[in-house]
Ligand binder design. Structure first.
Ligand code: PLP
Length: 403
């Protein structure tokens, strides 16, 4: 196999389509919160593959489950059942029944966008002809397929691909009057994140989430919660919606569910799921045994570790240390999904670059916010090391700004 040097200049030398820009670093090994690049330099990963490797890189329990399954059965198609998918579906249904009080069913996908695609199709079938609009919020992120891009409340991302699919409406985030006005008889569902992740780590208030539930109850629209980034203990509860005490009708999942194995799911209350009939939806790899072996290991291990509590405890330590740093205005979010709001004089992109240089991976979700979403298994020592690096990077920028 040909190996390619990174970063690429010019991009023509790169074997990938140029949608991500030149990759900054080539990583070839990870363990827990740590990553090593191809030159042997160590990094602390406080991005976790964008909230994916919540149990850490190369988690031995997940690795063993995948390896065992690979020797047993990889895939059989949806004409047949396999015990691994059945077990994973029961586990997820149990978690969501405990969280919502409703029995439900799931459809397995290969990514977050596909989980939302399934939810959007389900909402259209549930709403019926003339009632197909999906309302979502400005600043939201729901995926890159055409329908999920249309649901994503970021108009600049739509522009190169106009015309967008019809049937999507966006409202201001957190504005109860705006969402009440937008949800009329043509609306099949509201699709909403408990904390906008890509949009800047913007938590929904309890009042807002409860109002959305009420509006959906009054109009008959489905409340569909996108838990792709917030789900599986990231925010200190198994699912982000639990913080507000409301029960959604549909929940979409991916990311941490496979700890790096590409797998997702769309869950719906049984009476909602029942509108789907054979032939309405499908995917070759839905419920494939190899992906579901990772899901089973992730859920078992998260339960053994009490992952929500890990997120709460580590989050508290991180927030306390970060808020004390010069240059930090505020730390928002919940559990281990945190947005560090910097003073206006600081540049989050510069901080990202300086921290990468120093050996800490974070990302800039807007010009003045750094997002921290480390593995839930991050240690106290790693938190202290990361905070020290952030302190040095911000202080250097503040000093340079004064000079
Ligand atoms: N929904 C949310 C809230 C996300 O954060 C993401 C990805 O960042 C997606 C959907 C899309 O997931 P995927 O990239 O796996 O398609």
């Amino acid at each position: 196999m040909t190996t390619h040097a990174f970063p690429h200049a010019p991009m023509d030398d790169c074997p990938f389509m140029p949608v991500f820009g030149p990759p900054a670093i080539m990583f070839d090994r990870g363990r827990g919160t740590e990553l090593w690049d191809s030159e042997g330099k160590r990094y602390l990963d406080f991005l976790a593959g964008i909230a994916v490797v919540s149990l850490g890189h190369a988690n031995p329990i997940v690795a063993e489950s995948i390896a065992d399954q690979a020797e047993q059965l990889l895939h059989v198609s949806n004409f047949f059942a396999n015990p691994v998918a059945t077990e994973a579906a029961v586990k997820i249904n149990t978690l969501l029944r405990d969280a919502t009080g409703h029995d439900g069913q799931i459809f397995f996908t290969n990514s977050g966008a596909e989980s939302n695609e399934c939810a959007i199709k389900l909402a259209r079938k549930h709403g019926g002809r003339g009632r197909h609009t999906v309302v979502s919020t400005l600043g939201s992120f729901h995926g890159r397929t055409l329908a999920t891009l249309a649901a994503t409340g970021q108009p600049t991302k739509h522009e190169p691909f106009q015309p967008m699919p019809e049937g999507f409406r966006h409202v201001a985030w957190g504005d109860i009057d705006a969402i009440r006005a937008a949800v009329d008889g043509s609306v099949a569902a509201v699709l909403i994140e408990p904390i906008q992740g890509e949009g800047g780590v913007n938590p929904a208030t309890t009042e807002y989430f409860r109002a959305v539930r009420e509006i959906c109850d009054e109009t008959g629209a489905l409340m569909m919660v996108d838990e792709i980034q917030t789900g599986f203990a990231r925010t200190g509860r198994w699912f982000g919606f639990e913080h507000s005490g409301v029960a959604p009708d549909v929940v979409t999942l991916a990311k941490a569910m496979g700890n790096g194995m590409p797998v997702g799911a769309c869950w719906a209350r049984s009476d909602v799921a029942a509108v789907f009939e054979p032939g309405d939806h499908g995917s070759t790899y839905s419920g494939t045994a190899i992906a579901c072996s990772a899901v089973n290991a992730v859920i078992d291990e998260m339960q053994r570790l009490d992952a929500p509590q890990l997120a709460v405890r580590a989050g508290e330590r991180l927030v306390a240390a970060l808020t004390a740093l010069p240059g930090v205005v505020d730390v928002r979010g919940s559990g281990l999904m945190l947005g560090v709001q910097l003073v206006e004089a600081l540049d989050a992109k510069q901080a990202y670059a300086d921290l990468l240089d120093a050996g800490l991976i974070v990302n800039a979700v807007n010009p003045t916010t750094i997002r921290l979403i480390p593995p839930l298994t991050v240690t106290d020592a790693e938190i202290d090391e990361a905070v020290a690096m952030i302190g040095v990077a911000l202080a250097a920028q503040l000093t340079a700004g004064q000079g």
